[in-house]
Ligand binder design. Structure first.
Ligand code: HEM
Length: 242
């Protein structure tokens, strides 16, 4: 999951879709003059500007709003482990903060892109060679998978987490097989506050033809030792609203 060190679109903001205002936006938008020359970071792929003309203050912050509005229609939302999320018809991916749940909003989840914790330089290079940006025109399908890991995981030392994550669970090695068909971005939530319901918000997009491959990918990862430390996971499948 692209964190800063891996993610093409964060390193080179402005990538992504060009479609209607409700769809994915790319590049810098005039945010009520705030952006013009004031160094407002351009919108990353797959994000709407924060509402009300507010400049994007933290370029690494994204908010996912489940409700009646947004560029993505919810096809299914399954609780894989733990509690489900309230049912929503659409997901709005906002680049920035969402202070107030909009009309018809059921939930909002926030996370920041961040640096790698476990990825070696060699793995980073191998991913950089293969991975694609979010927002390809053909990527009409997506998945938002919020995940929380248990206290036992967080009590482990860094090297032991790395050993479980890669040496034994082969997370990156498995993931590499599915690039570039699957594009990805990882958002970290845990350090935003004690009340965050998840530790990670994982986002993927892909072409309809690769939907079965995505199912294979998640099945492979969920069968690993790493997933024994997951105590909440919701699998939300999305189709882009044309
Ligand atoms: C598309 C193929 C995939 C690749 C190449 C991939 C690669 C990665 C990488 C490089 C990291 C960051 C490790 C670090 O912090 O250095 C990561 C983290 C993570 N990925 Fe994936 N991933 C893929 C698919 C998935 C899928 C399908 C899921 C969920 C079903 C997932 C869930 C996660 C989670 C939760 C983390 C954070 C783990 C932690 O910090 O404890 N990944 N992945």
């Amino acid at each position: 999951m692209p964190d800063d060190t891996n993610s093409p679109d964060v390193d080179r903001p402005g990538h992504g879709y060009s479609s209607s205002r409700r769809g994915f936006l790319a590049g810098t938008l005039a945010l009520g003059g705030a952006a013009a020359g004031l160094g407002t970071p351009p919108l990353a792929a797959g994000a709407e500007p924060a509402k009300g003309g507010a400049a994007v203050v933290n370029p690494r912050l994204f908010t996912f709003v489940g409700g009646k509005a947004g560029g993505w229609s919810v096809v299914s939302a399954k609780a894989i482990i733990g509690d489900p999320l309230p049912a929503a018809e659409r997901v709005d991916i906002v680049h920035g903060a969402v202070d107030v749940l909009p009309d018809g909003g059921k939930w909002k989840l926030r996370g920041v892109t961040s640096n790698g914790r476990y990825t070696t330089e060699d793995e980073k290079q191998r991913m950089a060679k293969k991975q694609a940006d979010l927002g390809r025109p053909k990527a009409t399908h997506a998945a938002l998978i919020p995940i929380r890991k248990n206290a036992k995981w967080w009590a482990l030392a860094q090297d032991e987490r790395r050993a479980i994550f890669e040496d034994r669970s082969r997370h990156i090695a498995i993931g590499l097989k599915y690039l570039p068909a699957i594009a990805r971005r990882l958002h970290h939530c845990r350090d935003l506050g004690e009340s965050e319901p998840f530790d990670f918000l994982t986002l993927f997009d892909y072409a309809k033809a690769d939907a079965a491959a995505f199912d294979d990918l998640v099945a492979e990862l969920r069968a690993t030792e790493e997933w024994k430390f997951v105590d909440r996971e919701v699998d939300i499948r999305l189709v882009r609203v044309s």
